[in-house]
Design a protein around this ligand. Structure first.
Ligand code: CAA
Ligand code: NAD
Length: 283
């Protein structure tokens, strides 16, 4: 199967990045969110990224325009009726995601693959609400999508070899490297990354050091490009909490207990960079 028309559900930080790399790969892209303002915000980010590429001489103005012209905005899910491939990148919540997958299963053509960019949720469970579990797969992009090379590809119990093959080919077309993993809570990426972030938050909570000091230790001492608290703000503290909850519930092991300070920040609406405040403040 050749993928020509590609739909992204959710125009937030991940969805906009996915739409950008798909359009750069020459696909016709539909970028969907619940409100025009969210779609426009996503398109604004893509335009800014492409303008930087033009400034840096990596793309011509014409290429930038061609990429933007390949992206069609949408707030109507029935636009999925003629797509070959859908990637969902909405909130990290099983009920909300399965609600969207049920609708997509009814609207999208029978041949269409339905992928999720979930950070941690079981693909098998998402697939089970559809009548095409063999065509459901995890396609986990990393943030920021235009820069990061990895796509963690997660096979659900019923995912077919053909579906995997299409995703692996698509990843390569987007200039990414697909790595196959099995369907366990947090997969590999967040099972390893998120406990480190959670532990860094415990260090703030227990007064071991300031956020700045913790980030400096990990940047200068371990050569991480960003300290764990800067990274948590970048990912979104709500997303970090959802992922820790999936690990905690999925493994039933207290070592994954989300730090109470993380819960408190999320309850306060301190979601990190996207809300202007997290462990740091942003204008
Ligand atoms: N969108 C697009 N491009 C971006 C960007 C963004 N949000 N942020 C940075 N870039 C580009 C910049 O334009 C720059 O390219 P040029 O200079 O060639 O134009 C390049 O990336 C490097 O950026 P900077 O020089 O500004 O800063 P940096 O060297 O610190 O790199 C970074 C930025 C690539 C984000 C780097 O800090 C980094 O790798 N951070 C860690 C990111 C990470 O761990 N991501 C995974 C998060 S976990 C996840 O995604 C999974 C999950 O489920 C939660
Ligand atoms: P975000 O909050 O930036 O964006 C989510 C978008 O989804 C919002 O624009 C919201 O309006 C939209 N949305 C919510 N419900 C919707 C619905 N029913 N239909 C259409 N649109 C809807 O979130 P994000 O950081 O882009 O994360 C999205 C997904 O990607 C989550 O599953 C997250 O775990 C995963 N993810 C996040 C990161 C990260 O670093 N933030 C990395 C990899 C994967």
């Amino acid at each position: 199967m050749e993928v020509k028309k590609f739909m992204v559900i959710g125009a937030g930080q991940m969805g906009s990045g996915i739409a950008q790399v798909a359009a750069q790969a020459g696909l016709e892209v539909v970028l969907h969110d619940v409100k025009d303002e969210f779609v426009n915000r996503g398109l604004g980010v893509i335009t800014k990224n492409l303008a930087r590429d033009v400034e840096k001489g990596r793309k011509t103005e014409q290429e930038k325009q061609d990429i933007l012209d390949r992206i069609t905005p949408s707030t109507d899910l029935t636009n999925a009726k003629d797509v070959d491939f859908v990637v969902e990148a909405i909130v990290e919540n099983m009920d909300v995601k399965t609600g969207v997958f049920k609708q997509l299963d009814e609207i999208a053509p029978a041949h269409a693959i339905l992928a999720s960019n979930t950070s941690s949720l079981p693909i098998t469970e998402i697939a089970a609400v559809t009548n095409r579990p063999e065509k459901v797969i995890g396609m986990h992009f990393m943030n920021p999508v235009p820069v990061m090379k990895l796509i963690e590809v997660i096979r659900g119990l019923a995912t077919s070899d053909e579906t995997y093959r299409v995703v692996a080919e698509l990843s390569e077309k987007m200039g990414k490297v697909a790595v196959e993993v099995n369907d366990f809570p947090g997969f590999v990426s967040n099972r390893v990354l998120m406990p480190m972030i959670n532990e860094a938050i415990y260090c703030v909570y227990e007064g071991v050091a300031t956020p700045e000091a913790i980030d400096e230790v990990m940047k200068l001492g371990m050569n991480h490009p960003m300290g764990p608290l800067t990274l948590a703000d970048f990912i979104g503290l709500d997303t970090c909490l959802y992922i820790m909850e999936v690990l905690h519930e999925g493994f039933g092991d207290s070592k994954y207990r989300p730090c109470p300070l993380l819960r408190k920040y999320v309850k306060a609406g301190w979601l990190g960079r996207k809300s202007g405040r997290g462990f740091y403040t942003y204008q």
